[in-house]
Design a protein around this ligand. Structure first.
Ligand SMILES: [Fe+2]
Length: 396
């Protein structure tokens, strides 16, 4: 049977013109059992469309690991390199992850109690909730009415020492049914997004770049982002904004001298824009919560300084200033018409180009709602590639 490809089912909130290239459902093939030829086709589709959905497929943890690894054959360890040091104990990620004993690169995530699951006698899972991370929270009354928040917009990446995974695979095993919720932005815009219960929401990093005005495109193409050492430990005491798109600047981050041991050489500095290896398009890929500094190159020779920001380059180290600038660049792309909230069904396998999208957990479950997903991503064998010289000339 030939591989068939159809557009993803978009919700009424989405602007179809912004999703012409984004997302495809793939039919006629099990992603856990691809031939080499089929894998090549799927890999090209993924880089072209950023997210692929396979419905009603049976995929074992071994098959999921094999599929994920096929995108980066020399990658080995889980994207966050867990179980390596005790430093993760303090990290904001620690409670969300349980490892499948047979295939430690595959994580069990979700909500509620799961029994006899792939060698785990019992696992207590907890769906991350904005209530433990945002500075302000939805009131219990509004929560009861079905209002919720984006948890944390992110790229799956350790952002220290290890390179960001190329692909993440997410497999829904148990998906609780329940009423849809309304995701509120609470940032003064009045923006709201109706979402299926427990959705994973995606936005395109390419769209994030494409919709920027000229002067911010010029800035993006010239800027590198420096992340804090052990960023998830660093940010753990801090509180996020109501949109889940970054941290409030209240000075709550852990001081660098209280972090687990770290080395400057392992601190990550990435271009703000990452080049898609297949389409060669630029994707705005920044994990706003972990950022500490921005390094801006001057305009290239011959570029017009008219209206340009930081025409002579700059090194921004003031956290508040760094975050405000980033927020101005990223916030337009999480507007309701630009978000794809996936409506999970059991046995859905979603592959996403982790270097081409931002995503977030959304919503809240009650304790007795059991959700079980398998997630796999692998720290990559190389760092993302930034804009070429021609890109800089074109956009600066
Ligand atoms: Fe994630």
């Amino acid at each position: 049977m030939a591989i068939e490809v159809i557009p993803l089912p978009l919700p009424p909130s989405a602007d179809p013109s912004k999703f012409a290239d984004f997302g495809r459902e793939v039919k006629g093939v099990n992603p856990g059992q691809l031939t080499d030829e089929q894998f090549k086709e799927i890999s090209d589709l993924l880089y072209k469309h950023s997210a692929l959905l396979f419905r009603n497929v049976d995929v074992s943890p071994e098959e999921q690991y094999k599929l994920t690894k096929a995108f980066d054959p020399t990658s080995e360890s889980y994207g966050h390199g867990n179980n390596k040091t005790g430093s993760e104990k303090k990290s904001v990620l620690h409670p969300d992850l349980k490892t499948i004993p047979r295939v430690p690169q595959v994580q069990l995530i979700g909500n509620g109690k799961v029994y006899n699951h792939e060698g785990l006698a019992e696992a207590q899972l907890k769906h991350p909730s904005h209530t433990t991370f945002h500075k302000t929270v939805i009131s219990p009354e509004d929560d009861a009415k079905g209002y919720t928040r984006f948890y944390r917009w992110h790229i799956d990446a350790a952002l220290y020492d290890l390179s960001p995974p190329k692909v993440t695979t997410l497999y829904g095993l148990k998906v609780p049914s329940g009423a849809p919720q309304i995701c509120r932005y609470d940032d003064g815009t009045g923006d709201e997004l109706p979402v299926p219960l427990g959705t994973t929401a995606f936005v395109s990093g390419k769209t994030m770049f494409d919709i920027l005005p000229k002067e911010l495109k010029s800035l993006a193409v010239r800027t590198k982002v420096k992340y804090a050492p052990h960023p998830y430990v660093w940010m753990a005491p801090a509180q996020a904004m109501s949109t889940g798109l970054g941290i409030e600047s209240d000075g709550l981050e852990l001081p660098y001298n209280e972090l687990p041991a770290w080395e400057e050489s392992k601190v990550k500095i990435f271009p703000m824009l990452w080049k898609n290896p297949v389409t060669h398009e630029l994707h705005f890929q920044v994990h706003p919560c972990g950022v500490s500094e921005l390094l801006i190159d001057p305009l290239p020779e011959g570029a017009s300084k008219d209206g340009a920001l930081y025409p002579d380059g700059a090194h921004l180290t003031n956290l508040k200033e760094v975050r405000e600038l980033l927020y101005k660049m990223q916030r337009p792309a999480i507007a309701p018409p630009l978000v794809y909230p996936h409506d999970w069904r059991e046995k859905d396998m979603v592959l996403f180009h982790n270097r081409g999208v931002l995503h977030t957990v959304v919503g809240a479950f009650s304790k007795d709602q059991v959700r079980a997903f398998h997630q796999c991503n692998l720290a990559a064998s190389d760092d993302p590639v930034g804009p070429s010289e021609e890109d800089v000339k074109k956009w600066a």
